[in-house]
Design a protein around this ligand. Sequence first.
Ligand code: GTP
Ligand code: MG
Length: 443
Amino acid sequence: MFDSLSEKLQGTLSGVRQRGSLTEDDINKAMREIRLALLEADVNFKVVKQFTSAVKERALGIEITKQLNPGQQVIKIVNEELTALMGGQSAGVTFSPRPPTVILMAGLQGSGKTTATAKLAKMLKEQNNSSVAVAACDVYRPAAVDQLIKVGAQAGATVYERGTDADPVDIAGWALDQAKRDGKDVLIVDTSGRLHVDQALMEELANIKKRVKPHTVLLVVDAMTGQDAVNVAEQFGEVAAFDGVILSKLDGDARGGAALSVKAVTGKPILFASTGEKLGDFEKFHPDRMAQRILGMGDVLSFIERAEQQVDQDEAKELERKLRKNQFTLEDFLDQLKKIRRMGPLTSLLGMIPGLAGHQLSKMNVDEKELDRVEAMILSMTPYERRHPELIKGSRRLRIAKGSGTTVQQVNQLVKQFDQMRKLMRGIQQGKMPDLGQIMRQR
Ligand SMILES: Nc1nc2c(ncn2[C@@H]2O[C@H](COP(=O)(O)OP(=O)(O)OP(=O)(O)O)[C@@H](O)[C@H]2O)c(=O)[nH]1
Ligand SMILES: [Mg+2]
């Protein structure tokens, strides 16, 4: 899998890996090689373009640090962008709070739906301890029902089938009733495939959807067909909503184009990868692990990770020291603010905190404009002022307000709040519980 792409990327990156400095020419050359490698891997050309320009922009902005040389930083960037390209976080099936959770499988003929139905059933049964049933709604091929009976049983799932004489929509509705009656946790509905994304297929799927109201619709695409798989997913997405992709036959996909393009082209994540004929050849798709597999540089990547953790620890210690000595300045504050904001909009960050998703707090409206203003004000200060905010008075305030497009009052407020924050943090450092009420009243 990804052999040739891996080899080429590794070749390019090991060329830059040891470099103590990288010129713009070096970066351009590396980007050309990466672009070619991706195109040869059958990655969608638009995706290639976006990818290389994102990597290039970041690579040109590399700052020299003592932990990582520029070559290592380029590897880190490529790894991060590859991960982001494939969806960043790994995603899973959405379970309904009221079982059975209904999963509808869709896809072209031979894409691997029936196989994936059984594989997913087995995985959910073994990993989530779910009781799983599968419904045989492909009535067009006599062998299709028999196939599902066979693989469904192997997976330990109950198979709901009514031969090939009934209507697929009726079978689906009936199977849902059975699943409810039998107290199943999950019902996976296998459907028939077509040669193309055609109207009949779409209508049938739409009707099944209407009848069973699936919680997750999964599109199975054949990774071996490369760009075609991506095109199918794109066309499919234009006419019918789906929630995620199962990439099948990844074991036969030497190039990797589909895996790398699907998310960027369709906006839908790859949830699972099917990697062989056996029922156990099925795994959750992890963009970060996949990126590492492609880059095949486990040692370098784990070194980078460690070096970064070290930086974080060193920084935390330094901040602590500054706080203790009351040397925490607006410059440090700006640094921290920038770091946090680089991670994404604050509102979405709040939602990612475990236990906070769905909580009132995660819906808190963080005023990004206010943060922009704060940044602008600090940037309009001289380095001396940032280190000595207590000196910001009269004419300095006016200059800063003008420079940042804010008002003297707003500058006043920032200086005051910063002073309070410093006191608050020192208090916490010394183990004193700050009087929040008092601080709020001072605002
Ligand atoms: N090597 C490999 N073969 C696979 C994989 N998934 C499915 N296959 C094979 O691909 C063929 C088609 O798989 P099915 O699951 O029957 O595909 P389908 O989408 O249900 O096909 P229709 O019902 O005809 O639309 C079978 O021979 C499977 O054994 C996989 O991940 N790797
Ligand atoms: Mg099938």
